[in-house]
Write a protein that binds this ligand. Structure first.
Ligand code: NAD
Length: 353
């Protein structure tokens, strides 16, 4: 085989273990941080208080105002607050929303981030930031928003409700799948993505059967870490583009939208991406990854209909127009008829064809 790739490794320290949260103080000291602003969603404020109590005076402020898709006003308030208290670091506890807010702070102030992820979204492993203003989400890349240290503790995920565990896991699987056919993928990202898909698909049924099963939770979070790494190192294609449009236009829930869309995009893309297809077939132990992932998510109780998630039936044209407006790399050609077919199936929750 003739290899032809560029691979860039980014520095990020990862501490992964059941119980790793007890090493948070050691990790904060390792970075020499003394005045942290701690960001989380309102629902995780009590958890953040508990996790940061060993940090004592190193916590300058708990800021429990993170919200989905990082609203600009929320970001501006957190940035102003970080400056006001002269924070020297930002500790994010939670899922993509909390980590997204920490990234907004880091982008504006240059503060280093320490992250304790509690979902499978994977944002903590990427240099990608997002900001939503007046209903429009802007994203970009900036190496300063990549956390300095990520502490993964599977015990923090046992409270993640089953349904969110499944959809968040499918969100991670989407990163892995699209990394496998990314225009800027490398042999390393391909290995990472395939291992991620294997770990997550194997873990999700065990997580749902027993949400407190720490081995299943470890496997799922391990897969999510790998998926985030693959996401951070590559450029995503049609699937992420469609989810971005659907979330931004109709306010559909992030992880649930990824779940409903992924099988349909794979049904279109994998025939045009033979290496990715073989890698996913092997990782998922199936001859048809698109159908396998559809049934995996549906059988574990995920909502597979975009309509039932809140997408209006007459919204198809808007999504198609936006998806066709700006060109981007994708293994299969993107046509209006193809998008109508794919989104039509996702709208009703039909199996991929
Ligand atoms: P989220 O962070 O909004 O979390 C969803 C809900 O679950 C929140 O109410 C949260 O408080 C709660 N929660 C989180 N962990 C929990 C736990 N262990 N137990 C109980 N409740 C818990 O959702 P998400 O799916 O993690 O993140 C979605 C956001 O992340 C979106 O805005 C998306 O665009 C962004 N994202 C960004 C990147 C990136 O690279 N920049 C990657 C993936 C996702």
């Amino acid at each position: 085989m003739r290899h032809d790739f560029v691979h860039e490794s980014r520095p990020c320290r990862v501490v992964f273990a059941v119980g790793a949260r007890s090493r948070l103080r050691e990790e904060v000291d390792r970075l020499g941080l003394h005045r942290l602003i701690v960001v989380c969603t309102p629902g995780q404020a009590a958890l953040a208080t508990e996790l940061t109590s060993p940090l004592g005076e190193r916590v300058a402020e708990l800021h429990p105002h993170a919200a989905m898709h990082v609203p600009a006003a929320v970001a501006a308030k957190a940035v102003a607050q970080s400056r006001e208290i002269a924070a020297d670091g930002c500790l994010a506890i939670g899922g993509g929303s909390a980590i997204g807010l920490a990234k907004a702070v880091a982008k504006a102030t240059g503060l280093p981030i320490v992250a304790l992820p509690t979902t499978y979204a994977g944002s903590e492993m990427t240099p990608v930031w997002g900001l939503t203003d007046a209903g429009r989400k802007t994203t970009g890349r900036d190496p300063r928003v990549l956390p300095a240290t990520v502490v993964y503790d599977p015990q923090l995920t046992v409270t993640l409700p089953s349904m969110l565990s499944v959809t968040s896991g499918m969100n991670a699987l989407a990163h892995a799948a699209e990394a496998l056919y990314a225009p800027d993928g490398s042999p390393i990202t391909a290995l990472i993505a395939a291992e991620s898909a294997r770990a997550i698909a194997g873990a999700l049924p065990r997580v749902v059967a027993d949400p407190r099963d720490l081995e299943a939770r470890s496997d799922a979070l391990y897969g999510a870490w790998l998926a985030g790494s693959a996401l951070g190192a590559t450029t995503m294609s049609l699937h992420h583009k469609l989810c971005h449009i659907l979330g931004g236009t109709f306010g559909l829930p992030h992880a649930a939208t990824h779940t409903a869309v992924l099988p349909h995009v794979l049904a279109v893309n994998l025939p045009a991406a033979p290496r990715a297809r073989v890698a996913l077939e092997t990782a998922l132990d199936t001859g048809d990854p698109a159908t396998r992932l559809f049934h995996l998510a549906r059988d574990l109780g995920a909502e597979m209909s975009l309509k039932r998630l809140g997408m209006p039936e007459d919204g198809l044209a808007t999504v198609i127009d936006q998806a066709l407006a700006a060109p981007y790399a994708n293994p299969a050609p993107i046509t209006e008829a193809g998008l109508r077919h794919l989104l039509g199936n996702a709208l009703t929750g039909a199996a991929p064809t």
